[in-house]
Design a protein around this ligand. Structure first.
Ligand SMILES: O=C(CO)[C@@H](O)[C@H](O)COP(=O)(O)O
Ligand SMILES: [Co+2]
Length: 220
């Protein structure tokens, strides 16, 4: 199976967003990091900007909400038509109810786990989600180092998905490069977010292709 490569526009030039969206037109999805300065100590953008990015982007949006109270704020991203909406397990009060709402609104529902969050409580709930985002850095900033110790979560998620017969995408986010992507793919990831390694390259399309081929050799 081919790996999905989702560049993160956190590393794009915010005043040249249209140009940078065109640079990553060969990606599978565009990863959009929404941060509120409360759940994480950084602030990006909200639904108005995301709606404009969606109208401009040649590929669908994979929205990653690093915000408090996603139960209240996440549905609006599904309402504007985002392809997938992922909220953090640590922030949601009723994750299953929220995932059902997102699906009803036509979005893929995702749950994200910060590095210190144990995966155990979510394994039996996998059929409620279309994707699980395993953070491989502390959420909040691009350009951090990949944390290999979280790979055991992917192994457990992959085993649970097979046992439950559910087709859930397993996404990794943070520090993904041509050097680290194979480690995540070997552990069971099939969807890869990459910010600085794509936008930091002089040829973003070549960087996407490099990541795709480095991962595809490992994706099961
Ligand atoms: O969600 C986040 C950070 O919180 C990510 O999506 C980053 O944007 C990934 O950036 P790199 O680690 O690939 O530079
Ligand atoms: Co992200």
């Amino acid at each position: 199976m081919a790996a999905r490569i989702n560049p993160s526009i956190l590393s794009a030039d915010f005043v040249n967003m249209q140009r940078d969206l065109e640079r990553i037109a060969s990606a599978d999805y565009v990863h959009v990091d929404v941060m509120d300065n409360h759940f994480v100590p950084n602030l990006t953008f909200g639904p108005q900007m995301v709606e404009r990015v969606q109208a401009t982007s040649p590929v669908p949006l994979d929205v990653h909400l690093m915000i408090d109270d996603p139960d209240r704020w996440a549905p609006q991203y599904a309402e504007i038509g985002c392809f997938s909406v992922t909220f953090h397990a640590e922030a949601a009060t009723a994750p299953v109810t929220l995932a059902r709402t997102l699906r009803k609104l036509g979005a893929r529902a995702g749950i994200a786990l910060s590095p210190k969050t144990d995966v155990g409580a979510y394994l039996e709930l996998l059929p409620e989600f279309d994707q699980v985002l395993v953070m491989t850095v502390e959420p909040g900033f691009g350009g951090q180092k990949f944390l290999p110790h979280v790979m055991s979560k992917l192994t457990r998620l992959r085993e649970a998905a097979a046992r439950l017969g559910t087709d859930v995408w397993l996404e990794v986010d943070g520090g993904v490069t041509e050097e680290t992507i194979g480690i995540a793919a070997d552990a069971g990831a099939d969807t890869f977010v990459a910010g600085s390694s794509v936008f930091g390259a002089s040829d973003a399309a070549a960087a996407i292709e490099g990541l795709r081929s480095a991962a595809s050799a490992h994706v099961h």
